[in-house]
Design a binder for this molecule. Structure first.
Ligand code: CA
Length: 513
């Protein structure tokens, strides 16, 4: 009797364990990974050492790349802030999700993939920069910066709460709030968290501890720094050069008036003291002593621009490290996918520019690294063309959720696992915002492995073609040259079919002209 009783008990325990396991599976508690998407603003791949950046070290972004995968050709469909975020949320190009230019109001009633994650038992949160005109939908929790937000002592709006001004530096606050949320979350569910950074957006304010950190470094000029824009109408008419557009006072902080404007009036006395000591006591003083003009002034501006920009990026990178450390400490690293991306690339003096917008490499491409323990082999490098329309479907794929047909991108998980067949050979791009700011003519085009073909329209009715192998700096527009006639025909056909596939009727009409 005794033995029979033991067997019965053992069987009962097994059945109970089996039931519990089934229940857990049904609720998706155990086997679906968490996802953290760290999204910065205007962070150039040239400024990241994992991309072979010529400038500084970014050890924490590099760590994600080293422990996971780096996308060498991650592109955006429309190289400005809001539209890139709208594409992240929808998996669609701007002409479909309706958010084509900054400072419009994003329609949050449309299908957003975080809402689909919610319906599939994920907790969702967006913390930090949002900047889409409307308030977030599809998130269990959000705490965002109104508009562009501020670097120091920024305001935050919290879901179900008020707008409050929080003392501190924005990258540290966004990281701290993210960790707070992780601490308080419902641990029975997997989560999707966007950590939205303001850095490294203009006006490039570093954390106090990073002020002047790169002052001893003389940064090299990009090869095409003195671009003459020959044969390129749009490049001739832009308003985004370091020489003319970049402002000594507001951008480079020479003789700032700290009592005026929304940025510095919110500083506390310690912050004001540190800024005055550095920008007034050192930077402005050096500037006054040198009596710069012409090319010397241009080079000084370039050096100052990079020093501020890269110091701001350093504050950002340190915060990414803090989040990674937290995940290690809590054991979350094991079952959490971590992504670092920027909303688009940025010019660090290439073509003589700052800002973004053009289909040219530095703004078309964006940094994108992803760590997915057990799925992505550490040290993976992906050369294929990935576009930000692929971000949403990949998140759904990671969560094991079916991707709705209307999403225009594709999950890149198969690609990352080595299945490169049937992956896209050409990527589509369409930029709209004109004339303000920066006066970049609207254009659409395609990028293949070797070429970029662009159609500028409205005021600039022109084509441009770049042979990226021969001309990586994109200073020779070879459109119309005999040697490229065949290539051009083929690229135009590919462009036409992409325009159709993505239902860009405005571009279709322009091609028919
Ligand atoms: Ca941006």
């Amino acid at each position: 009797m005794k033995t029979t009783g033991k067997i019965f008990l053992a069987l009962a325990l097994l059945v109970a364990a089996g039931c519990a396991q089934q229940e857990k599976k049904a609720e998706g508690k155990t086997d679906r990974p968490n996802i953290i998407f760290i999204l910065s603003d205007d962070h150039a791949f040239q400024a990241i050492s994992a991309y072979g950046g010529r400038l500084v070290q970014t050890p924490n972004i590099d760590r994600i790349a080293r422990e996971g995968a780096i996308f060498r050709n991650a592109l955006v469909g429309n190289s400005i802030c809001g539209p890139s975020r709208a594409t992240l949320l929808t998996g669609k190009y701007s002409h479909i999700n309706g958010y084509m230019m900054n400072e419009e109001k994003f329609d949050v009633s449309q299908e957003l993939f975080p809402r689909i994650l919610q319906q599939n038992n994920y907790q969702t949160a967006w913390i930090g920069k949002w900047h889409l005109g409307s308030l977030p939908e599809g998130f269990d929790y959000w705490r965002i910066l109104p508009g562009q937000g501020h670097y120091y002592n920024p305001d935050f709006i919290e879901k179900g709460g008020d707008t409050t001004r929080v003392p501190g530096y924005v990258s540290n606050l966004v990281t701290g709030f993210s960790i707070n949320w992780l601490e308080k979350r419902d641990t029975t569910k997997p989560f999707f968290l966007v950590v939205g950074h303001k850095a490294t957006h203009r006006e490039w304010l570093p954390d106090l501890q990073d002020l002047g950190v790169y002052d001893s470094i003389q940064f090299p000029l990009p090869a095409n720094f003195r671009d003459d824009y020959k044969n390129r109408v749009a490049a001739q008419h832009q308003d985004m050069t370091i020489a003319k557009t970049m402002r000594l006072k507001e951008d480079l902080k020479v003789h700032l008036d700290y009592s005026k404007g929304p940025v510095y009036s919110r500083f506390d006395s310690a912050q004001l003291k540190a800024f005055r000591e550095y920008y007034e006591g050192k930077v402005s003083k050096e500037f006054d002593q040198q009596h710069l003009s012409g090319d010397a002034l241009l080079q000084w501006k370039y050096q100052r621009y990079l020093k501020d920009y890269l110091a701001t990026a350093r504050s950002l990178d340190r915060n990414i490290g803090e989040l990674l450390d937290y995940l290690d400490k809590t054991g979350l690293s094991k079952n959490t996918v971590v992504i670092y991306a920027s909303d688009q690339g940025f010019y660090l003096g290439e073509h003589g520019w700052f800002d973004k917008r053009f289909i040219y490499e530095e703004s078309l491409r964006t940094p994108f690294v992803i760590r997915y323990p057990g799925v992505i082999q550490p040290g993976t490098s992906i050369p294929q063309l990935m576009v930000n329309i692929d971000w949403a479907p990949t998140m759904l794929d990671i969560a094991g959720v079916e991707v709705p047909q209307e999403i225009q991108g594709r999950s890149f998980l198969p690609l990352i696992k080595g299945d490169t067949q049937n992956w896209r050979k050409a990527a589509y791009y369409h930029y709209y915002e004109f004339p303000q700011p920066h006066h970049v003519y609207p254009h659409f085009g395609i990028r293949t492995e070797k070429f970029t073909l662009a159609r500028f329209y409205d005021q600039a009715d022109t084509w441009e073609l770049y042979d990226l192998e021969k001309d990586p700096g994109e200073v020779n527009n070879v459109y119309g040259q005999k040697a490229y006639a065949q290539v051009t025909d083929s690229l135009k056909q590919q462009l036409q079919s992409l325009v159709k596939e993505y239902k860009d009727t405005a571009a279709e009409r322009i091609l028919e002209r």
